[in-house]
Design a protein around this ligand. Structure first.
Ligand code: GLY
Ligand code: MN
Ligand code: MN
Length: 376
């Protein structure tokens, strides 16, 4: 059970914002099982190694805040989630439910995060509640904490900037030492090592190094293909710092870039500049996407731009808002998003350039400092 007075102000404020949302949704409490949400609300850093494993949960109600975890994380939970007095369950979350039930006795509607637990776990929880004669109703409550995470505070933006600065430093070093014959896989592993050496917590996602025809696949995996002169090589990677992610793409060509590279690169860069200078609070995600897509469509290459313009970045590499033409959302000050137009031609290659911006009212702020773009 957490003591509100002992909680650091940051978490007290976040919990208070969530409690307002719970009231608006007529929920007594929320069972938080998404690792990033758990961390956002408590500071407890544990990740869930895979979908079927959990490092713990939070239950946040009006009067109740419980951080539950198992003995593997007992020390970390005490150290990281100050003021929470973690509840340590030793018979699995389900096996210990009777003890948890005592703590939340009297609650009526418990929201759960449909994207943060398995259908299997939900089924088991329902069964336990039924068996114990509990009248607690489980209610799907999607995206409540995500809606708080979507606008970053200055401290979060500082962490993202630092994560991006490490990423850019790694890119500069990789770019300087690039030579024909190096394989995508070797470069990918070097990226991971450099992220570690330059102070990152780890990688935000598996690095992409996609050369020649592989660059025609937007999410190519590393292969043993050696890079060659005269082809496009897409780099897409990011470091994590203080839990926060970064996401950077650059496309380079060793030797003399062929005409097609020059034409497509110029177009993608033009689309990126149009979007990163034009995007601002009050726009919809669809309008932002169109800033870049419009440039590409005007050149009749629209069908080669195979994904949305970008996505939010924070504790997760991909989070709200999606800068997508589908399901438009309104953009707000403090959102941090990528601007990453790309063109992909199967069997030839592709170009993707990805920057990050913090959305503002008048104009948005570019978080990148790297300016290693070709000017054709
Ligand atoms: N690596 C995928 C992306 O940039 O979103
Ligand atoms: Mn990326
Ligand atoms: Mn991205």
């Amino acid at each position: 059970m957490g003591s509100r007075t002992l909680l650091p102000v940051l978490y007290r404020n976040r919990l208070a914002r969530l409690q307002k949302l719970l009231k608006a949704h007529n929920l007594s409490a929320l069972l938080v099982t998404t690792p990033e949400n758990r961390r956002y609300l408590s500071g407890f850093r544990a990740v869930d190694p895979q979908l079927s494993e959990s490092s713990g949960f939070l239950i946040v109600g009006d009067q109740t805040t419980i951080l539950g975890t198992d003995p593997r994380y007992e020390i970390e939970a005490h150290e990281e989630a100050r003021g929470f007095f973690p509840f340590i369950y030793d018979r699995g979350l389900e096996g210990s439910w009777d003890k948890i039930a005592e703590k939340i006795n009297g609650l009526k509607r418990l929201g759960f995060e449909p994207g943060g637990l398995t259908c299997q776990f939900h089924g088991r929880l329902k069964k336990i509640l039924k068996k114990s004669g509990s009248r607690l109703e489980l209610v799907p409550a999607a995206d409540l904490v995500e809606s708080l995470r979507v606008r970053k505070d200055p401290g979060e933006i500082r962490s993202i900037r630092k994560a991006l600065a490490i990423t850019e430093e790694v890119f500069r070093e990789i770019n300087r030492s690039l030579k024909p014959g190096q394989t995508e896989r070797a470069i990918g592993w070097k990226i991971k090592t450099l992220i570690h050496q330059k102070g990152g917590d780890g990688i935000a996602f598996e690095p992409i190094v996609a050369s020649g025809p592989n660059a025609g696949r937007p999410h190519a995996e590393l292969t043993d293909r050696p890079i060659e002169k005269g082809e496009s090589i897409i780099f897409d990677f990011g470091a994590r710092w203080n839990g926060y992610c970064s996401d950077l793409s650059r496309t380079v060509c060793l030797g003399k870039p062929p005409d097609r590279f020059r034409e497509l690169y110029g177009l993608v860069r033009g689309a990126q500049l149009a979007a990163q200078t034009g995007i601002r609070a009050g726009m919809t995600s669809q309008e932002a996407d169109q800033l870049a897509r419009g440039v590409i469509e005007k050149a009749c290459y629209g069908r080669l731009f195979k994904h949305s313009l970008g996505h939010g970045v924070g504790l997760a590499t991909h989070e709200a808002p999606s800068l997508s033409p589908v399901r438009p959302v309104s953009l707000e000050t403090g959102m941090v998003v990528t601007i990453e137009p790309g063109l992909y031609i199967p069997d030839w290659g592709g170009i993707r350039l990805e920057n990050m911006v913090a959305i503002g009212k008048g104009r948005s702020e570019l978080l990148n400092t790297d300016q290693s773009f070709y000017e054709f």
